[in-house]
Design a protein around this ligand. Structure first.
Ligand code: ADP
Length: 368
């Protein structure tokens, strides 16, 4: 059995709302797992059931092989970091860090050593005598993380810990938490709605929607092999482009461009979807400007440029073709200008097909 096992977990709140459905997951010791999804999809509820702050309505939860459904939060050996830092405002950083240990009756000299050690790891040594209101948001969040790691537990649970920080602080704290995880080796479950945090921090990501797991996988898996339209659209920035169209004689019915599905799909797929709607997906960053190239190995598309956003390292080009608005990522030096006509190539191996009805991925020549 894995270190943490969640088997058929459900949460039905007292008002009857079914927030989490049949959640199954095995987590190995030391893994960094991220739950990601839009607000309200059940991430916090699941985390709180793991922490023992919410009871599990149905299903089983095991820690290290032992049934944990009925264990209290303390017994589970978890430490939790919340979005709101929940620091004691009238206590110094030192006292905030020491508080939990003092309550446990740990000796003063041991406390001092652990506080100093934690402060060193988190870069708080110079701030130990300050009150929380004398710290920046990032420093406060570090104290909150420090209060969790000082307890030397095996399992860290973090609920949107960076959402109160500004963009720059978030990037810094992101790498600090990842590094901390590497140093402590503690099994970590981290909740966020931010796909960039999920992609950069996780060993494995759990994508959730409406209380259901959509897919579990490494960041690489989720980006390159999304199993449905939700995951394909959620992971990646800007999101994957989707074009909905009818399949007719193995081609997508478009006005000016020609997309012959035979190049990416086998005959059985073409037969199955003949006459029905299909979703054709490609990522903004997977295209190349045609620039006189014949479009070999891909679909050559003609479009019209509506808007160009220079981001520095890349340019987002908002275009329209055959009535669809899509986004392309282009090298700033090759960027077309607004109002112009632009030809680009979608390589065959970058094409994703989805069933319009079920929104599930359809197999293609490069994805069986
Ligand atoms: P997330 O963390 O993904 O934003 P939550 O787990 O907080 O989502 O909430 C999942 C769903 O459960 C939401 O629709 C929320 O409104 C609902 N919910 C959360 N707490 C309660 C509660 N105590 N009673 C009833 N419904 C709740």
């Amino acid at each position: 059995m894995a270190y943490l096992t969640l088997r058929g977990i459900n949460k039905i709140y007292p008002n009857g709302f079914h927030a989490v459905h049949d959640f199954n997951l095995e987590i190995e010791k030391g893994e960094f797992i991220v739950f990601v999804g839009s607000s309200g999809c059940g991430k916090s509820t699941t985390l709180r059931m793991i922490a023992g702050l919410e009871n599990i309505s149905k299903g089983e939860f095991y820690i290290d092989g032992e049934r944990a459904n009925e264990m209290g939060p303390r017994e589970r050996g978890v430490a939790m970091v919340f979005q709101s830092y929940a620091l004691y405002p009238h206590m110094t950083v030192y006292e905030n860090l020491a508080f939990g240990l003092t309550l446990q009756g740990v000796d003063d000299d041991v406390i001092e050593e652990r506080v100093n050690n934690t402060a060193r790891i988190l870069g708080l040594t110079d701030y130990l005598e300050r009150l929380p209101r004398e710290l920046s948001g990032g420093q406060r969040q570090r104290v909150a993380v420090g209060r969790a790691i000082i307890r030397k537990v095996n399992i860290f649970l973090m609920d949107e810990p960076l959402s109160n920080l500004d963009a720059k602080q978030r990037v810094t704290m992101r790498s600090e938490i990842t590094q901390l995880h590497r140093e402590t080796g503690a099994t970590t479950i981290y909740v966020t709605h931010d796909q960039t945090e999920a992609m950069t921090m996780a060993d494995r990501i759990v994508v959730m929607k409406d209380g259901y797991i959509q897919q579990v996988g490494t960041p690489y898996d989720l980006y390159f092999n999304p199993m449905n339209m939700f995951v394909a659209g959620f992971i990646g920035e800007p999101p994957m482009n989707f074009i909905e169209s009818r399949v007719s004689s193995g081609n997508l019915t478009l006005n000016d461009n020609h997309i012959e599905l035979r190049a990416v799909a086998d005959q059985d797929v073409l037969d199955k979807y003949e006459g029905s709607q299909i979703v054709f997906g490609f990522r903004p960053e997977s295209i190349r400007p045609a620039l006189g190239d014949s479009g070999r190995g891909g679909y050559k598309i003609r479009c019209f440029v509506n808007l160009v956003e220079l981001l520095g390292d890349t340019t987002n080009v908002y275009v329209n073709f055959d009535g669809f608005n899509v986004i392309l990522k282009v090298d700033p030096h090759q960027s077309p200008s607004v109002g112009s006509q632009f030809d680009f190539v979608i390589p065959y191996e970058s094409v994703y097909l989805f069933d319009k009805q079920t929104e599930k991925r359809i197999k293609t020549k490069s994805f069986k």
